[in-house]
Design a binder for this molecule. Structure first.
Ligand code: ADP
Ligand code: MG
Length: 268
């Protein structure tokens, strides 16, 4: 179910992606403790928590970089297993990591298609014309503005490069997009570009998960905030009724004053 007429995601249907009772340990460190998680089509979820809370581990279990010790994963209500990045890709789960997997010396088109070039004719030759058309089309749909799709990405700004990495997930027909600190290295104007792009992903009905420690960014772009603390999901907020003070209190484990926890649902 995509966003309804009011532009809000419909949280009553089946989540696009649902995790249930996820546990993940690294030796003696239990990075994820019985974590439930859900994101709906047309929804942006902010995943927040202090350093070491388990955010990246959660993203990496969804993207197939790590396998879970126990727990279940569902896509559109169907149970799936993710034991490799290929499994995740097959399910339409695409991840944009902070250290972008772009090749500086290649142009935008070739970066978009890196790893899955379109071929034409009996001998596999990249169909540059088609790749270029499709790149231009996707960037236009997402309102990403760059001087040319034929410049090496090294010549683009940080915001433009991050936008290319996100656009690549759309090219790969993502249904779930995971972004780990997408604006961490960006200035104000470039952050704005990326936040606008995230809004466009939502408009397209994708389920989007954003890790960020910048609560201003989180409040601007997400629908719900899920808080992890020491590997546990401890709170969920609807951003329409929560304040950043509420979220900070959940992140740090501070006690709430009565009446201050508007929009909060305690998950501990
Ligand atoms: N590959 C790993 N090996 C060992 N410990 C890890 C590994 N990845 C994460 N951890 C540990 O798991 C916990 C959660 O880490 P992480 O998911 O990176 O947190 P966050 O992204 O919220 O800062 C931390 O205690 C961290 O040290
Ligand atoms: Mg992290």
């Amino acid at each position: 179910m995509v966003a309804n007429a009011s532009g809000q995601p419909d949280l009553r249907g089946e989540p696009r992606l649902r995790l249930q009772g996820i546990n993940k340990s690294f030796g003696a460190v239990q990075a994820l403790r019985n974590v439930d998680f859900e994101v709906y089509p047309g929804e942006v979820v902010g995943l927040v928590g202090d350093n070491g809370a388990g955010k990246s581990t959660l993203i990496k279990t969804i993207s197939g970089a790590y396998t879970v010790d126990s727990g279940s994963i569902y896509m559109d209500g169907h149970k799936i297993t993710i034991t490799s990045p290929q499994d995740a890709t097959r399910q339409g789960i695409e991840t944009v990591y902070q250290d972008l997997a772009l090749c500086d010396n290649l142009d935008v088109v070739n970066n978009m298609y890196l790893g899955r070039e379109t071929t034409v004719g009996p001998i596999p030759v990249m169909n540059e014309i088609e790749m270029e058309h499709r790149t231009i089309e996707i960037l236009k749909t997402l309102n990403v503005k760059i001087p040319s799709v034929r410049v090496p990405v090294a010549q683009l700004s940080g915001g433009q490069r991050q936008s290319i990495a996100v656009a690549k997930t759309v090219l790969r027909e993502a249904r779930v997009v995971l972004l780990d600190e997408p604006t961490a290295a960006l200035g104000v104007a470039q952050t704005r570009q990326v936040l606008n792009l995230i809004k466009r992903l939502r408009e397209q009905g994708l389920a989007v998960v954003v890790i960020s420690h910048n609560l201003a960014d989180v409040f601007e772009v997400v629908d719900r905030v899920i808080v992890l603390r020491l590997g546990k999901r401890v709170a969920t907020f609807d951003v329409k009724s929560a304040t950043s003070a509420n979220v900070v209190a959940a992140i740090t484990g501070a006690e709430f004053e009565a009446g201050e926890n508007a929009g909060m649902e305690v998950n501990a």
